[in-house]
Design a binder for this molecule. Structure first.
Ligand SMILES: *[C@@H]1O[C@H](CO)[C@@H](O)[C@H](O)[C@H]1NC(C)=O
Ligand SMILES: *[C@@H]1O[C@H](CO)[C@@H](O)[C@H](O)[C@H]1NC(C)=O
Ligand SMILES: *[C@@H]1O[C@H](CO)[C@@H](O)[C@H](O)[C@H]1NC(C)=O
Ligand SMILES: *[C@@H]1O[C@H](CO)[C@@H](O)[C@H](O)[C@H]1NC(C)=O
Ligand SMILES: *[C@@H]1O[C@H](CO)[C@@H](O)[C@H](O)[C@H]1NC(C)=O
Ligand SMILES: *[C@@H]1O[C@H](CO)[C@@H](O)[C@H](O)[C@H]1NC(C)=O
Length: 880
């Protein structure tokens, strides 16, 4: 029984087109030059995992088990057994199973009887920490129920730097804190079910096009300066590591010219030393481009195990890693550390107890199928048990979809509709794909209601509640299932048109309507000529309500200001629960309470060129993050450019009043930099025997052992194992990279000391409280309060005027004065900048006035609390 994870078809087809080109070994090609100033410095060796106290018990058990493993067994569990073969190798002799790794971040991919949850971006738009967590609990239960050991999510990179970026919708929004909170709560909820979460993709995978290395061209190089890395792109990873994530997936692209999965500075230095990551790093599917260099640079698990060109039964690891250890190139302690990290994560999540094997195959929807699907001839067996893992998860999925719905505009309070309101509905996005919700594999088409983007970040719909069905359950609807405006009877003055629009994107292995993952051809315009549909409707009807299903921001200018366009709602990507969630908002069962997880600009040109998609280049495409900290609202605010709708914007049917703001100092920060982490003692990590094991530990079994074609094995033929051992004995040296050392560093980086970094960074410095009151008398509603920090003037660090630091959502507050108190916290890290010289977080002005702005949107901040006087003021002009 096997399962299969994401695969880049693009790479595959591409490779097949070229025939079997062998690519192997250390350096594929010389590195292309990156722009001046960007360097990928050597950082060796990989720090051993196991020194963080919260993992100590798991490492002890793991070390005991790994000590009993032969070389071939250790190597076996560090790699997949090949594309479409599913799962990692195992150590059956010792009872260590194959691990099943499965997409996606929004539900178990490519199988039946699962919930297709709302996407990450939808979850981010709820701004509701409890729902983020509740969704994750449900997702974790479904992975567990299907027997998937490893959940390939959450996605926090891409961060959403580029509005057209194809996979932004898998994450929670274009802000590091929103991403971090969404990511960390997802990890917590999933891992509490005993499933290992995988935080991905580290890092800089901000566009789809040219993301991967292939035999002709290296993947895009994300050139990121150190401060920007720390304050934006790494921030959610730090928070996820702090949450104890078991696994991290390295990305396809390069960082500063060095492929992310073999970037030693990134993996050994930033991730494993500074952030103190104790779990294991796995490669994105076919993102690994070398054997020994990747091992030295901190990769721990090769997925799916194949070389860059898959399905030839060749691997950079497996039998090659075995050889690399025998010939002395990969130090034995590096292999032991890889294996121990993986086994420790398995113990840490309790998978040694009571965790059944997978009971589904992502390869077929039939009960029986090949056990080794990539093989030419494979024995068959029962691979699908059709286990229904949904429980009552539709409820949490619907709640997320509903609470994410973001009301951008509501002129004349046209919404909510009265119970008797009849509707004329326009747009194919209102009804489920007539060919069936799963008609396009991996949702690689935009037909019918858009519930998720396309690619590996998807799940099959077991059910689909579409908007038109939900509306028809409530009222009389005339549905024009078309994207070109039809002939309609002359509307009366009170008639309402509801127009459905969509904008899709996804992963680069599919091109949908000319968009190769990123929205390269559609741009930020509605698909299917949607702008025209709205304009035509607005010319006929006095009352038009626009509902948008979208992966990200759209430019709304062609019609948003038209007098008859009364209301606009973003329903984001609702997953299977697209219908009732929307109807309950439109008809006022609940007030909308979503807020934008990104800005909606007036025009795309309001962003700098660096935030566009990099096109073709000879050699390595260079994607230089020259805008630094200034993406999304940070950029617009710096330029003084007003968006159409600001980051964090979202209306309700009622109005809220923020009163009694107060700030208190929770802990006094003793100095500008955090004190060195106490108790961080790397010498408590396991110590491994450096002796190269005997070659016999790698000998492949003799007859009657039948190799399965394309299956990847960790054994070597006897003569090859002996040759490798002879190379080591003869002192043949591997050409280690400049700056290489095998000696463990004992010092703890200033910013490090525990999972996520120095724990003092999370000391709560200030707490801001306020009372939120429902100031309306008609509708109950949930309020979102957002806290942004404004740094003191003149610190010498150029810093965005306001940056989100915390947020809270209330329960539904009763009309006519229902109220709740919200609490928002500011940690040391929240008040710090990353100082590239001291390589540490520093509070640039300890005595200075930090303004903590609170409000309902990034551009509606009328209350500020001051860290110097511990006073708050209301009725201020918003800083942006
Ligand atoms: C990328 O280059 C910048 C500028 O030299 C450097 O500060 C940063 O640490 C580098 N990042 C990585 C991951 O190598
Ligand atoms: C490697 O894993 C495969 C798949 O589980 C298994 O058949 C094989 O026996 C393992 N090899 C070793 C050396 O245990
Ligand atoms: C999956 O279902 C099969 C058959 O019902 C069962 O044997 C197996 O233990 C289940 N696995 C998990 C993880 O529940
Ligand atoms: C050892 O084997 C690996 C994998 O084949 C190879 O890349 C490396 O160059 C070899 N080392 C030596 C010293 O020959
Ligand atoms: C729907 O139409 C039917 C028949 O025209 C009418 O009886 C009914 O009252 C209408 N319902 C609403 C909610 O307008
Ligand atoms: C908001 O609350 C404050 C303090 O309780 C009060 O003075 C003010 O009138 C309220 N405003 C509204 C619109 O309710």
């Amino acid at each position: 029984m096997m399962s299969f994870s994401s695969v880049s078809l693009a790479a595959l087809l591409f490779a097949c087109g070229l025939g079997p080109v062998e690519v192997s070994g250390a350096s594929l090609r010389a590195r292309d030059a990156v722009p001046a100033g960007f360097v990928a410095a050597p950082y060796y060796p990989t720090p051993h995992g196991g020194w963080d106290a919260s993992w100590a018990a798991s490492y002890q058990k793991a070390k005991k088990l790994v000590e009993q493993m032969t070389l071939a067994e250790k190597v076996n569990i560090t790699s997949g057994t090949g594309l479409w073969m599913g799962n990692t190798g195992s150590a059956p002799r010792l009872g260590f199973p194959q691990l099943c790794l499965q997409d996606s971040a929004l539900g178990v991919r490519s199988t039946d009887h699962v919930t297709a949850f709302p996407a990450g971006i939808t979850t981010g738009a709820t701004w509701d920490k409890d729902l983020m967590y509740a969704r994750a609990v449900a997702i974790g239960q479904e992975f567990r129920g299907k027997g998937a050991n490893i959940y390939l999510g959450p996605t926090v990179g891409p961060l959403g730097r580029k509005p057209r970026g194809g996979r932004n919708w898998e994450g929670f929004g274009a802000d590091p804190v929103l991403q971090a909170v969404g990511g960390a709560l997802t990890i917590k909820g999933v891992q509490e079910q005993g499933v290992i979460a995988t935080l991905k993709h580290l890092v800089g995978n901000e566009q789809e096009m040219f993301r991967m290395y292939n035999v002709i061209q290296p993947g895009t190089s994300a050139n990121i300066d150190d401060r920007t890395l720390h304050e934006l792109y790494l921030w959610p990873f730090a928070e996820g590591v702090r949450a104890g994530v078991g696994s991290i997936m390295c990305s396809y692209n390069a960082v500063n010219g060095s492929a992310a999965c073999q970037n030693s500075y990134l993996q050994n230095g930033v991730l494993k030393d500074e952030l103190g990551f104790q779990g294991f790093v796995m490669s994105d599917w076919l993102a690994q481009i070398s054997g020994v260099p990747a091992a030295l640079a901190g990769l721990d698990m090769s997925m799916p195990g194949d070389t860059m060109i898959p399905l030839f039964g060749t691997s950079y690891w497996m039998y090659e890693l075995t050889r690399s250890v025998l010939n002395g190139s990969v130090p034995v302690d590096r292999l032991d550390d890889m294996t121990t990290r993986i086994v420790a994560a398995w113990y840490q999540l309790g998978q040694d107890k009571d965790f059944g094997p997978p009971n589904f195959s992502a390869n077929t929807d039939k009960e029986s199928g090949p056990l080794y699907p990539a093989a030419l001839f494979s024995p068959s067996g029962v691979v699908n048990h059709f286990v229904d893992v949904r429980g009552n998860h539709a409820e949490v999925a619907r709640q997320v979809a509903q609470d994410a719905i973001t009301l951008l505009k509501n002129d004349g309070d046209i919404l909510p509709f009265s119970k008797s309101q009849t509707l004329s509905v326009f747009g194919t996005d209102a009804a489920v794909n007539p060919d069936g919700p799963n008609a396009c594999g991996d949702r690689a088409c935009n037909k019918g209601t858009l519930g998720m983007g396309w690619g590996s970040g998807t799940a099959n719909y077991a059910t689909f509640d579409d908007p038109i069905g939900a509306l028809r359950r409530r009222t009389n609807v005339t549905f024009y299932n078309t994207d070109s405006f039809p002939n309609v009877p002359e509307p009366g003055a009170d008639d309402v048109a509801v127009v459905f629009l969509s904008s899709d994107s996804g992963e680069n292995q599919y091109t949908v309507e000319g968009n190769n993952g990123d929205r390269n051809s559609a741009g930020l315009k509605a698909w299917h000529n949607g702008d025209e549909l709205v304009k035509r409707a607005a010319a006929r009807y006095k009352n038009v309500v626009v509902v948008v299903h979208t992966v990200g921001p759209l430019v709304l200018e062609p019609w948003v200001g038209l007098p008859s366009v009364k209301a606009v709602l973003f329903a984001h990507l609702p997953g299977q629960e697209a219908g009732e969630s929307l109807a309950s908002v439109l008809f006022g069962d609940v007030s909308p309470s979503g807020h934008l997880p990104y800005s909606i600009p007036v025009k795309e040109d309001d962003y700098p060129d660096s935030l566009g998609i990099r096109g073709f280049a000879f050699g390595q495409p260079q994607d230089t993050f020259s805008e630094g900290l200034y993406i999304d609202y940070r950029w617009l605010n710096r330029q003084g450019t007003k968006p159409r709708y600001a980051f964090g914007h979202g209306l309700s049917y009622t109005a809220f009043n923020l009163s009694r703001p107060a700030i208190r100092q929770v802990s006094k920060l003793a100095g500008a930099a955090p004190p060195p982490a106490s108790g961080a003692d790397k010498s408590t990590a396991p110590v491994y025997d450096a002796a190269i094991p005997p070659a016999a530990e790698a000998y492949e079994p003799g007859a009657p052992f039948d190799k399965i074609w394309r299956y990847l094995y960790s054994w070597l033929p006897k003569n090859q194992a002996d040759d490798a051992a002879r190379d080591a004995a003869s002192g043949k040296k591997y050409p280690y990279p400049a700056g290489y050392s095998g000696a463990q560093r004992t010092e703890v980086p200033a910013a490090g000391g525990a999972q996520g970094g120095n724990p003092a960074l999370w000391d709560v410095a200030y707490e801001v409280t306020a009372t939120v009151t429902n100031a309306g008398d008609k509708h109950a509603g949930k309020a979102v309060v957002q806290a942004y920090v404004q740094f003191p003037e003149g610190t010498g660090y150029d810093t965005p005027v306001v940056q989100l630091r915390d947020f809270a959502k209330t329960a539904a507050l009763k009309a006519g004065g229902g109220s709740a108190e919200v609490k928002l916290q500011l940690t040391r890290k929240d008040l710090s900048v990353w100082d590239v010289v001291s390589q540490n977080w520093v509070v640039p002005d300890l005595q200075g006035r930090y303004k903590i702005w609170i409000g309902e949107s990034s551009d509606a901040l009328f209350t500020a609390c001051y860290t110097d006087t511990l006073k708050c003021e209301s009725g201020l002009a918003s800083p942006v």
